[in-house]
Design a protein around this ligand. Structure first.
Ligand code: MGD
Ligand code: MGD
Ligand code: SF4
Ligand code: MO
Length: 760
């Protein structure tokens, strides 16, 4: 252990490139507490990054008593022992003088920026009294809970369930809902992609060289650089992935579904699909084939601007690499109201070439329980759920489940934007309180003005964050969580092709009075008189419950940080199946074709892959078969407005982190030279974007790397919260230009809208 004082640490942070503009001392911030001794661990601690929700396995150690050095954990092979720029900048967040280290209570109007430091007990008592009164008067269902999914949503939602409300939300409908719900409808479960072994990759706007997921990003790099895979990118702008591709097609925003369906058309029409696979494992092929007959490449060209001959050629090249080829199903699924059928059409193009459970294709995660069954022995330990008995029965309907078309939405995910209608217009009933953690809806939901109104309309708003985020600025109480470098958490499942677990462990002693989420939400539960739902005392008792009290196993996982078991397995890949049965004497019998194909289990109503779905037809008549439907995203005199991630920032989260703010503090508006020329706009000029819900002023970046009818900006900038000193007013706020919407079946919010461009 090394003892340090705060000044040393700030100097340490500064020495690595961060300059902290201490324009004002915020109450409750690190800058406001003096002479706080800081302690760190000088030996390496294995842990988990939280600079974004990819949550890579890391190692962290204190260097020279001044800094925290963060690297990747080499135990996790696919992550390559590496972190990205944001992951390497964790220390800058940790020692940011503007970070909150004490609970705050609002003393002025909501959003006015007047705060008083309070104790944790005062915070818990205030929240508990308010929640108890609201529950008595309006029912527990009038309280919504939300959290970005991941390391702490379990604790947030456990409290929601103990309190008796069904209204729990993650970022699902702003991010993964489209591709996850489409996979649930077709495969009965989420799917993963094996980019690293793919020989031909078709990519519809999945910019993983900037929207980084270390394991997948490295997989695609290896496929391209080491194995010569071909990459085809459909993107309205010249993204970094487009820049590294073999070909880039500047597709019209929101029209990907037409190209994906045309690829399916060619695969079927030109007999390029895997008939045997379809016969054995797929239902609904005939209905799908009949539907896609009309979706010719020529038709798709008229919708998408992608040339028909290119579509035809790409479909043939793709099929020639089958089954080691993939159409990437993307990540942020918010390009069109027809997300559900866009992602289904992409999965269909995978199913048709039979790449399911094949190298370079798509596959199902192999958790310990299914892996052990196949091996006929206990290869990997199985995590136990810390079963809490007699949770209250919840009878109230969720605010987003009034229509049965949304029934595939998982319960803790939900349609996030439905909080707005419920708060403002009592649709379907009145919300009174919103308790949130690790989410910044003022920046990451759409229609900022409406989100602001709904926060102002509620009786109680509580935010657990690291900063006074743009949303926390509207809270009654802000609960400062310890950063990921200061907290221990439970064991997490990180299984891919084989089972794996990892754990977050503190590398630095807690600074100030922050607490980890598991403790905050347990303490709050206890203040609410719900202690019977918390049978664990602390994080170690919870970890031991997960591991059936196996102390040695806990020690082992903590020592390595990331532990994987067995060998990678894809059920229809003969070489992998052979290695598997050679390793485990009691392994399941191998099918006559040398695979475990007949062990594939699809949790769909038919038990097979559903290319056409009777279940979906029942949920939403007319939607059982995958179809193209025209969408209206903008007026004739408007431009499409689209967004994306930038490599050095995370969503609406890191723009105030000193080191990252130094790297990039503002977003420019990408405009094509012909569009710019018409308005006499040059790079650096001040321009205005106006949509149906808001208006933003920013700086033009004139570039041929975008369609003439489209403008682009990196998301997460332009905060309007004066407390976020380094981020305030820099660049345009994307959420302020986007109206709210709810897409059929998957409930997705749309991130594309029409805007008018003007020179200021
Ligand atoms: N550095 C960094 N890495 C991150 C994140 C981050 O914030 N920063 N966030 C993480 C998260 S939460 C996620 S979900 C992933 C997201 O990773 P991605 O899904 O790659 O997300 P985006 O960059 O938002 O969008 C991808 C691309 O879609 C393009 N696009 C917009 N509209 C359309 C359209 O209609 N059709 C097509 N074909 N393309 C379109 C955009 O120009 C953009 O380049 O990244 C993760 N990794
Ligand atoms: N216009 C537009 N909107 C978008 C997108 C887009 O491309 N364009 N992308 C969408 C996507 S893909 C996603 S995933 C969502 C993400 O949106 P959100 O779910 O809101 O998540 P983030 O913006 O990543 O982080 C939210 C908050 O978490 C806080 N935070 C960070 N670490 C911790 C921690 O350890 N503990 C606690 N308690 N808080 C922490 C940050 O300070 C930040 O305020 O945004 C979506 N919204
Ligand atoms: S991708 Fe980067 S920021 Fe995200 S978890 Fe991994 S290292 Fe951290
Ligand atoms: Mo996301």
């Amino acid at each position: 252990m090394i003892q340090l004082n705060r000044r040393h640490f700030l100097q340490g942070a500064g020495a690595s490139g961060a300059t902290c503009a201490l324009a004002s001392i915020l109450p409750g911030s690190l800058a406001a507490i003096e002479k706080q001794p800081l302690k760190g661990v000088s030996s390496e601690v294995a842990s988990i990054c939280e600079m974004c929700s990819t949550r890579c396995p890391i190692k962290a150690r204190i260097v020279d008593g001044k800094n925290v050095f963060i690297s990747g954990n080499k135990e996790a092979k696919s992550f390559g022992g590496k972190v990205c720029a944001r992951g390497g900048a964790g220390h800058s967040l940790l020692y940011d003088p503007q970070r909150l280290v004490k609970p705050l209570k609002r003393v002025g109007e909501r959003g006015e920026g007047k705060w008083a430091e309070i104790s944790w007990d005062e915070a818990y008592q205030f929240i508990a009294q308010k929640l108890t009164a609201i529950k008595q008067q309006h029912g527990a269902e009038s309280i919504a809970f939300s959290s970005k999914s991941g390391s702490l949503d379990g604790h947030v939602f456990h409290l929601a369930k103990a309190l008796g409300t069904p209204n729990t939300f993650t970022h699902a409908s702003t991010c993964p809902g489209g591709y996850v719900i489409a996979a649930k409808a077709m495969f009965g479960t989420k799917m993963k992609r094996d980019l690293g072994n793919s020989k031909y990759i078709i990519n519809f706007g999945h910019n993983i060289y900037e929207g980084i997921n270390m394991s997948e990003t490295r997989g695609m790099m290896q496929a391209q650089m080491d194995k010569g895979a071909k990459l085809v990118v459909f993107e309205p702008r010249f993204s970094v992935v487009a820049d590294k591709a073999d070909e880039w097609h500047a597709i019209r925003p929101g029209t990907d579904v037409s190209v994906a369906l045309a690829i399916c058309h060619v695969l079927i029409n030109d007999n390029l699909y895997d008939k045997l696979f379809i016969e054995q494992y797929v239902v609904g092929f005939d209905e799908f084939a009949a539907e896609v007959k009309q979706y010719t490449p020529e038709w798709a060209e008229s919708v998408s601007d992608v040339s028909a001959s290119a579509i035809r050629r790409i479909a043939h090249e793709y099929a020639s690499h089958a089954p080691h080829a993939v159409v990437d199903f993307g990540h942020r699924a918010t390009f069109t109201p027809e997300e559900f059928d866009m992602r289904r059409a992409i999965y269909a193009a995978n199913i048709l070439i039979g790449n399911i459970e094949r190298k370079g294709g798509i596959y199902m995660g192999k958790k310990a329980s299914s892996y052990n069954k196949l091996a006929g022995e206990q290869v990997a330990p199985e995590l136990a759920k810390p079963g809490v008995k007699d949770m209250p029965e919840i009878t109230a309907k969720r605010i987003d489940q009034v229509d049965k078309q949304f029934k595939l939405m998982w319960s803790s995910g939900g349609i996030y934007q439905s909080i707005i209608d419920a708060s403002l217009d009592a649709k379907p009933y009145q919300l009174k309180a919103w308790i949130m953690s690790r989410t910044n809806p003022m920046q990451t939901l759409t229609d900022r003005a409406k989100v602001e109104q709904s926060l102002k309309a509620l009786e109680l708003v509580v935010c657990c964050d690291l900063y006074i985020s743009e949303t926390a600025a509207y809270a009654d109480i802000i609960l400062p969580e310890s950063t990921y470098l200061e907290r221990d958490e439970e064991i997490f499942d990180k299984s891919g092709k084989n089972p794996a677990y990892y754990v977050r462990q503190r590398a630095v002693e807690t600074i100030g009075e922050t607490r980890p989420s598991w403790q905050i939400f347990k303490d709050l539960g206890e203040a609410l008189g719900l202690e019977q739902y918390y049978p664990w005392e602390n994080i170690e008792t919870l970890q031991l419950m997960q591991l059936n009290r196996d102390h040695n196993l806990l020690k082992h996982i903590k020592k390595l940080g990331y532990v994987s078991y067995g060998k990678p397995l894809m059920l229809r890949e003969p070489s992998m199946v052979k290695e598997f049965v050679d390793a485990y004497a009691n392994a399941r019998h191998v099918d006559h074709d040398g695979t475990f194909a007949t062990a594939m289990k699809f949790k769909t109503p038919s038990g097979k892959i559903e290319l056409t779905s009777a279940q979906v037809e029942d949920m939403a008549p007319g939607r059982g078969v995958i179809k193209h439907r025209p969408v209206h995203l903008k007026q004739a005199d408007e431009l499409y407005f689209i967004q994306g991630k930038v490599a050095v920032h995370t969503n609406g989260a890191t723009h105030n982190v000193p080191l990252l703010s130094n790297l990039m503090s503002s977003n420019a508006i990408w405009i094509h030279p012909i569009t710019a020329g018409r308005l006499n706009i040059h790079s650096g000029d001040a321009v205005q974007l106006t949509s149906s819900v808001g208006s933003e002023e920013g700086t033009a970046l004139v570039t041929p790397g975008i369609r003439q009818d489209t403008v682009f900006a990196y998301m997460g900038f332009g905060s309007k919260n004066k407390e976020l000193v380094r981020a305030t007013g820099k660049g345009i706020h994307c959420g302020n230009l986007l109206p709210n919407s709810v897409a059929p079946i998957c409930g997705m919010n749309l991130h594309t809208t029409g805007v008018k461009l003007a020179k200021i």
